[in-house]
Ligand binder design. Structure first.
Ligand code: ZN
Ligand code: ZN
Length: 359
């Protein structure tokens, strides 16, 4: 991974924001900048260099993982240690913090460590901005994660039967993922049958798969740090006309959104492409969430593919396209792929058939 290049680009955005230093506390951002995969640490970025503060539990791990930073192993909170280091540097006055990733208590103890010579500035999500454009190494990892994720759907087809609990189906997906190298699931696996399929985020429960109806399966793995995300539907028994109609409408909406993905399009336009199809089929009001999100080190990251968003798609972004229609008390349908934005359009990396499977 190109940690040097990332730190260089970070300095560039720090300059634009006129920050003397930036304290990075969000772990995925720390991993992105310096490779550390542990669960506690703070990165201090200045123009003179980058220092990673952590405690003794990670001394060994840091030697193996961390690149491009000075390392300080400290006995106290890494954030406070970084603050005390900064307090001795009279030239560094404007200190950016990741406002979205700092508790009030952390901010208070940081301010106490800094003293009153420097000023804490709520920095916008600068590293999240850099992370939107994936490099070739990252795209390779996401491809591999999505390949593994897609293969898990074969397991679903063999274990999903009426009477089996949603949790058991989810458990099979997760066990297979681990056996094939996944570090963990990217989010709690969604397997929701019958009326529960109308819950956009219906986590797998102890409910049995009903003898008839849709089952929504939405799952993702983390492989070598990067996430996959995919949703496919299974129908138990022959689908009735209404179920087929809704399924086909969502599939058409998803296809329309996929075709709208290209560099220079706004994320709002992609959302609108999906929404337009569902509106035309009188299903617009049942599409109650946004069309997609960025995927990378985190399962939900920038950009948002949502109504009214002006953000421009750029080659190297990795996003999901996942329209749905949820008919409360009846059933719901969602179809989701993860795609890489290319120079000319997009590449679907969750390559798994979207023909409706009936069992
Ligand atoms: Zn999903
Ligand atoms: Zn998703």
């Amino acid at each position: 991974m190109d940690h040097e290049g990332r730190l260089g680009r970070l300095r560039h955005v720090m300059e634009q924001r006129k920050l003397d230093a930036l304290l990075i506390t969000h772990l995925p951002n720390i991993r992105y900048l310096c490779g550390f995969t542990g669960s506690s640490g703070t990165v201090l970025a200045t123009y003179g260099g980058v220092t990673f503060f952590t405690d003794g539990r990670y001394a060994e791990q840091v030697r193996a993982e961390v690149h491009g930073c000075h390392v300080r192993i400290v006995r106290k909170s890494a954030l406070v240690a970084a603050g005390e280091w900064l307090a001795d540097e009279a030239r560094l006055r404007k200190i950016g913090v990741e406002a979205a990733h700092l508790t009030i208590a952390e901010r208070t103890s940081l301010a106490a460590a800094l003293g009153n010579k420097s000023r804490l500035i709520d920095a916008p999500p600068m590293i999240e901005g850099l992370r939107q454009i994936k490099d070739a190494d990252e795209i390779d990892r996401i491809r591999a994660a999505c390949q593994l994720g897609s293969e898990l759907f074969d397991r679903v087809k063999t274990v999903l039967r009426p009477g089996v609990s949603e949790a058991e189906v989810a458990g099979e997906i997760e066990f297979t993922a681990r056996k094939r190298g996944a570090e963990q699931m990217a989010f709690p696996t969604i397997v929701a049958g019958g009326k529960r399929s109308a819950l956009p985020h219906g986590r797998a429960s102890t409910a049995a798969i009903p003898p008839r109806g849709f089952v929504v399966c939405d799952f993702g793995v983390i492989l070598a740090g990067y996430c996959s995300d995919m949703t496919r539907m299974v129908h138990v028994g022959r689908p009735l006309l209404k179920a087929r109609r809704v399924y086909n409408a969502v599939r058409e909406a998803q296809q329309a959104a996929l075709e709208a993905v290209r560099p220079g399009a706004t994320t709002g336009e992609v959302d609108r492409a999906a929404r337009k199809v569902l509106k035309r089929k009188s299903l617009g009001k049942y599409f109650t969430h946004s069309t997609g999100h960025g995927v990378g080190l985190e399962i939900h990251e920038a950009p948002r593919i949502a109504s009214g968003q002006k953000e421009l798609l750029r080659a190297g972004m990795v996003i999901t396209i996942e329209p749905g229609a949820y008919l409360a008390g009846e059933f719901g349908v969602r179809i989701e792929d993860t795609v890489v934005v290319t120079e000319t359009g997009c590449e679907i990396v969750t390559a798994c058939s979207k023909d409706l499977i009936t069992i």
